[in-house]
Design a protein around this ligand. Structure first.
Ligand SMILES: [Zn+2]
Length: 150
């Protein structure tokens, strides 16, 4: 479907099947799941594409068209013949898995321009503590100051 193709392009997320897009108040909710593909079992190393179950994972993304964006990913768990169950790999999620990589980078970029934590938090619809956590992940401790500066 052409509409679907453009939505995928607009979203810029690879290998995602979009199932539903809803606009609720001031936010856009995108329901999607990744394309099914063989995954390597972390236990025995065999490939499997047998599905164990799905769990909905809400993820925040960069605001677009002055609206907050929520991705509802139906994250799949695969089951291997050895009995191991494991979640699929999601390329666009960093460590904390609650926001997209590009939202993470967007926050860092905003903070570089010396905007306050609270104004960035408001813009991206996250708590101030989440924004501070992003900041802490990329900031480095300053070198120890000499005991006498002058
Ligand atoms: Zn296995």
């Amino acid at each position: 479907m052409l509409y679907k193709y453009f939505t995928e392009k607009l979203l810029g997320l690879q290998d995602v099947d979009i199932e539903k897009i809803e606009e609720i108040d001031n936010s856009i909710h995108i329901n999607c799941r990744l394309k099914r593909k063989p995954h390597k079992c972390p236990c025995c190393g065999n490939l499997t594409d047998k599905i164990h179950d799905y769990r909905e994972q809400p993820i925040k993304d960069i605001p677009a068209f002055c609206k907050h964006i929520f991705i509802h990913l139906y994250k799949r768990r695969y089951r291997c013949s050895c009995g191991k169950r494991f979640p699929e790999n999601v390329d666009f999620l960093p460590r904390y898995h609650r926001m997209t990589n590009r939202l993470f980078l967007y926050i860092i970029d905003k903070l570089r321009n010396e905007v306050s934590f609270s104004s960035v938090a408001r813009e991206v619809n996250l708590s101030v503590s989440s924004v501070i956590r992003v900041f802490d992940l990329v900031s480095y401790a300053p070198k120890k100051l000499p005991s006498a500066i002058s």
